[in-house]
Design a binder for this molecule. Structure first.
Ligand SMILES: Nc1ncnc2c1ncn2[C@@H]1O[C@H](COP(=O)(O)OP(=O)(O)OP(=O)(O)O)[C@@H](O)[C@H]1O
Ligand SMILES: [Mg+2]
Length: 419
């Protein structure tokens, strides 16, 4: 069966939604998901639309329609836009393509629309969607998979993964997040979503896995981010196998620009299957000696698994906390410089409790800014060298207990080196 396509329609009074709908065959798998009787849409509305293509149905020569085409083309260059009008005046057709239209279709007056016209419309819409997808994929054969790892519980993996996913989606990238913390996953809750369908429901649904089926089991976040939620109960986790996860990745890579994977604090079979195919690893560590030591071991393990170190990004969370470790010591334990420092801030747990990713809030705090910039690390050129840490490294204050902590730090560095 042909892939389902969701369209948004923006139209004026000369091209009502009813007329446009008549041009699209009922059995085409093309559905009108959003409808606007205006061309006055802003970038924010455009970014939040969960659709594959925009149809702009207008009278010939409409400057407002062309303005919308231009805005769509700028904001969502990976999704096509087609202009539908009552005639094919050469000047207007040319102006539509100049504005960024991917196709131009001529509307019939109605009410009866010949079947062949409907088939032509279906073909043109499918062609526009397919062509744009292939163009987007040429520079990036298939979607990038980012595995968010951390070798201890509570270091901030879920905060990082959910914010990264939401930030990528709001920046117009087709993004899905998968919660691989199969027993205690809380990605859906962190995003303020009710997990009505989960990976467990998918696992027990039977039949083969294809894009449409996966789509039915995804939750939808207002940012455009899709979510494959963890099972609701720990005993359901066994139904989700590493093999099933690998199959899911294969399908999602065809459909999405980014697949973000949140993980439990252990190298489970599913996590290993994920690392095997990951484009990027986002390693989250906390600013304490034990977390840093475990992170170093995790980084070494990744290297042993054959994952290239230049495709690993290290996020040092709660970096503003003064716990008696200087940044130089942190680097010594880790064996490399972190790529991003995220300070400790009570806004972070508040955002989790509210179910609103802090990256999407208007907050100007240093923590929000750092978390927002997570996405930049993966939107930049993949072959580029790791960027400089975005925040100044915290300076320790010497006070009581410093020497004891210092010994723990030195021990951690030694331990990490010795392995
Ligand atoms: N920078 C920060 N400042 C303050 N609190 C933070 C920060 N980062 C994370 N937290 C808080 O720490 C707690 C643990 O974060 P999170 O759930 O993301 O960790 P995790 O690594 O996913 O844990 P688990 O392994 O248990 O799944 C949460 O309550 C979160 O709000
Ligand atoms: Mg977590």
């Amino acid at each position: 069966m042909a892939r389902r396509i969701n369209i948004a329609l923006a139209h004026d009074e000369t091209a009502p939604a009813r007329l446009v709908r008549e041009h699209i065959p009922d059995d085409s798998g093309i559905e009108m998901a959003e409808q606007f009787a205006t061309f006055d849409l802003n970038a924010d509305v455009i970014l939040r639309m969960d659709v594959d293509v925009l149809l702009v149905a207008c009278r010939e020569g409409s400057p407002a329609a062309l303005e919308l085409v231009g805005l769509w083309h700028t904001v969502r260059s990976s999704s096509p836009v087609a202009v539908l009008s009552h005639g094919s005046d050469e000047e207007f057709v040319q102006a539509a393509f100049t504005a960024g239209a991917d196709d131009f279709l001529v509307l019939q007056p109605g009410p009866y629309i010949p079947e062949q016209v409907g088939r032509d419309f279906e073909f043109a819409i499918r062609k526009a969607v397919t062509r744009t997808r292939h163009t987007a994929e040429r520079g990036n054969e298939s979607g990038s998979l980012i595995a968010v790892l951390g070798s201890k519980g509570g270091v901030g993996k879920t905060v990082a993964a959910t914010n990264l996913g939401a930030a990528l989606a709001t920046r117009g990238r087709r993004t899905v997040i998968i919660d691989l913390d199969l027993q205690f996953g809380d990605v859906a809750l962190a995003l303020g979503l009710t997990p009505t369908t989960t990976l467990f429901d998918l696992a027990v649904s039977g039949g083969s896995l294809d894009a449409d089926k996966l789509d039915d089991f995804m939750l939808r976040h207002p940012s455009g981010l899709r979510v494959l939620a963890a099972p609701a109960r720990p005993d359901q986790a066994v139904s989700v196998t590493a093999q099933m996860i690998s199959t899911i990745y294969g399908v999602l890579r065809e459909e999405f620009d980014f697949i973000v994977v949140d993980t439990p604090p252990a190298f489970t079979a599913e996590v290993i299957a994920t690392v095997d195919v990951a484009t990027w690893i986002c390693m989250v560590a906390m600013f304490d000696a034990l977390s840093l030591k475990n992170t170093r071991l995790g980084l070494d393990t990744l290297e042993l698994m054959g994952h290239p170190p230049d495709h690993v990004r290290v996020v040092l969370n709660r970096a503003g906390t003064n716990v008696g470790i200087a940044s130089a010591e942190a680097v010594e334990i880790l064996g490399r410089a972190p790529d991003l420092l995220v300070p400790s801030d009570r806004e972070v747990p508040v955002s989790i409790n509210d179910g609103i990713p802090i990256a999407l809030s208007g907050s100007r705090s240093a923590a929000a800014a750092a978390i927002r910039s997570l996405a930049d690390m993966f939107l930049a050129n993949p072959s580029a060298e790791p960027s400089e840490p975005s925040k100044a490294s915290p300076t320790p204050t010497r006070r009581r207990g410093w020497f004891r902590r210092k010994r723990a730090v030195a021990g951690a560095a030694e331990l990490a080196r010795g392995r």
